[in-house]
Every structure is written in C-alpha cells, then in structure tokens.
Design a protein around this ligand. Structure first.
Ligand SMILES: Nc1ncnc2c1ncn2[C@@H]1O[C@H](COP(=O)(O)OP(=O)(O)OP(=O)(O)O)[C@@H](O)[C@H]1O
Ligand SMILES: [Mg+2]
Length: 318
C-alpha cells in the first residue's frame, strides 16, 4: 500500500526566481523508511514540510493513504503525522512530560492513558521517567532533548513520521543507538518514515529506499544497494561515496544482502538480525570461523547468510 504519494509537486517561494521543489513525483510504500539525501539547499526540508502542510505546494498534489492532503484539515493532519526536527522544537516552558503529552491531550486521551504513554515512551528513548519526567528542556543535554522530541512525535502513535536531520547534532555513539531505535520502531510498529539526512552513512544504514535530490528535483529513488551499485550519474556516484564501494556496501543492513531462505538452520550458527550491518556479519564470520550465520527476526529464523552472499553483494558493483 502507498502511504505517501507526491504527484508532480512543485514549490516556488514568493519573491524567488527558482523552484525549491521542482515537479517531484514518487511513492512511499507503507511501513518503509525513505531517506531523502542531497546537498544543502536542494529542497529536502521543503519537500518534507509540504507533507504536513507547513508549506503548500505551488502546484501538484500530495496524497496521504490515498487522500489529497488539501482535503484534510491541517491541524487534524498534523496530529496524524509525527514530526521531528533537528533542534527538537520542544516547548521550553513545559516539562518533558507535558511536551510528550501534547498530541495525546489534543486527541482527548484519559489522564491515566497519557501518564502511562509518557512513561512508556521515555523508557523507549532511554530516559528513565522518574528522573526526567519533570525536567524542563533547558535542564537536558542536546541529545536528551532530541530523544524527548522523538518521544513527543511518537506519542499519538502516528502511522507516518517526518524526521528532518533529527540526529544531526548528536554524537556518533548516541546517534547509532537512536538509529537502532528508529529501525526497531519501524519494524515493530510498521511506521512509514520520511527521514532527511546529510549523512550518507546514516542513509545507507537506515533506508529501505534513498531519494536523492538535486536543485529541487528527484535524481534517483532506489534501494541503497542499487544506488551504490547503479548510480544514475556521476553526481549520485560521488554523493554516496561509491568510489569506496566495499566500505559503503559493508554499511548496508543484512536485509539488503541476498539471504538464502532455503535450508535448515543448524543450532550452532551464530545469529544476527536483518538490521545488523554487513560489516557486523562479516566480523562475526571471521571471529567465530563459522561458515554461515542464521538470520533471526523476532527470535524466529528467516534465512541464512554466508560469506558468499557478502562477497556477491560486494562484487555486484564490478
Ligand atoms: N521560507 C523560504 N523563503 C524563500 N526561500 C526559501 C525558504 N525556505 C527555503 N528556501 C529556499 O528553498 C531552497 C530549498 O531549501 P530547503 O530548506 O528545502 O533545503 P534543504 O535541502 O533542506 O537544505 P539543508 O540541507 O541546508 O537543510 C533553498 O534554495 C532555500 O534557500
Ligand atoms: Mg533542510
């Protein structure tokens, strides 16, 4: 099912001479994570903000689950869409708990349900509720504010999340753990996520599909594997660092490699999950001397990964 569809969407800001977004058409499948990647000023944020009607397109139409978003009242629309921005955008005069409660309150949830939702979400983003619930944003680090921003965006359990460089200002280790969190959320809760990033490694790690923009236009929209191995032009090739193909491929998730679905799964195999990187898979094979790894999803085996698969992925580029 298509969650978000852009149909010939363009936007030119008043008083400017060029299109910030120029005839963009693409479809985002429900439950998928799409990373929008491209140089500064290419139109990523503008494209995102049209989805929750912070900007209105000059022409073209955006559909959310098949409905033209112009026909949905903008406040209603925004309650259905989680939105996370780089500066977290928390309300400074509200506590962490009050910030997280904004959408559930608007949706008219009971007090008890809101309180338990706050605790559930703060635990999810690794901020123990008893310690952080009553703090104000100014009493948190940047990374912690970002986590509260994520919790707030998830609070109303939206099907669709828009994330605009949410982890840009966060250190590498915290960022990696938040990226894992996002993958887990997407997988378990089937969220559709549009995620803007500057960071190629982040895009390769997270994306089911990468949407590459340049000068307001979509240049390529494809799987990370195809973007790396079949870039449409030199611009895409350079942007994703395809010169260092083996390194970039090693960042991809196991899911992106071919997994052998046949056969049985010897209990002696070391195990990995579809979200682990190929680099992790490779190091596990080298460290344990195992011939193959069993890929487990939610504890159940879904396939086997061998050194051959990893090698095939890497050589597909040649
Ligand atoms: N409110 C505005 N008024 C006029 N022009 C704008 C406005 N917002 C953005 N632009 C212009 O539209 C273009 C696209 O901007 P946008 O913010 O979408 O870029 P971006 O890809 O998100 O860049 P970055 O990676 O730096 O965040 C830029 O040329 C920018 O200068
Ligand atoms: Mg931007």
């Amino acid at each position: 099912m298509t969650a978000i569809q852009f149909d010939q969407v363009s936007l030119r800001f008043p008083g400017t001479s060029r299109w910030a977004v120029d005839h963009c058409s693409c479809e985002v499948e429900a439950g998928k994570l799409v990373v929008i990647l491209g140089p500064s000023g290419c139109g990523k944020t503008t494209l995102l903000k049209m989805v929750n009607r912070l900007y209105e397109p000059t022409s073209g139409t955006i559909y959310l689950h098949g409905h033209d978003i112009r026909r949905i009242q903008s406040t209603k629309l925004r309650q259905q869409i989680g939105y996370v921005i780089q500066q977290s955008g928390l309300f400074p005069h509200m506590t962490v708990a009050q910030n997280v409660a904004v959408v559930p309150s608007l949706l008219g949830w009971s007090r008890a349900k809101i309180q338990s939702r706050i605790d559930e979400l703060l635990t999810l983003v690794k901020l123990p509720p008893e310690e952080y619930r009553d703090r104000f944003p100014a009493q948190l680090s940047g990374g912690q504010q970002q986590r509260v921003g994520l919790a707030r965006a998830l609070a109303g359990d939206p099907q669709v999340m828009l994330m605009d460089e949410p982890f840009g200002a966060i250190d590498a280790i915290t960022r990696a753990s938040l990226q894992d969190e996002i993958l887990r959320l997407q997988r378990q809760l089937q969220k559709t996520i549009l995620f803007v990033s500057h960071d190629v490694e982040e895009a390769l790690r997270l994306a089911d599909r990468i949407l590459i923009m340049r000068n307001g236009q979509i240049v390529q929209y494809d799987t990370p594997f195809n973007i790396l191995t079949r870039p449409v032009d030199r611009f895409v090739h350079d942007l994703v660092g395809a010169d260092d193909m083996v390194r970039q491929l090693s960042l991809l998730r196991v899911e992106s490699a071919m997994i052998d679905m046949a056969g049985n799964y010897p209990p002696s195999n070391p195990t990995i999950t579809p979200n682990d990187s190929l680099r992790h898979a490779l190091s596990l094979i080298l460290k344990t001397g195992a011939q193959q790894l069993t890929v487990l999803e939610d504890g159940a085996p879904i396939g086997i990964l061998t050194l051959e698969h990893i090698r095939d992925s890497a050589s597909a580029s040649v």
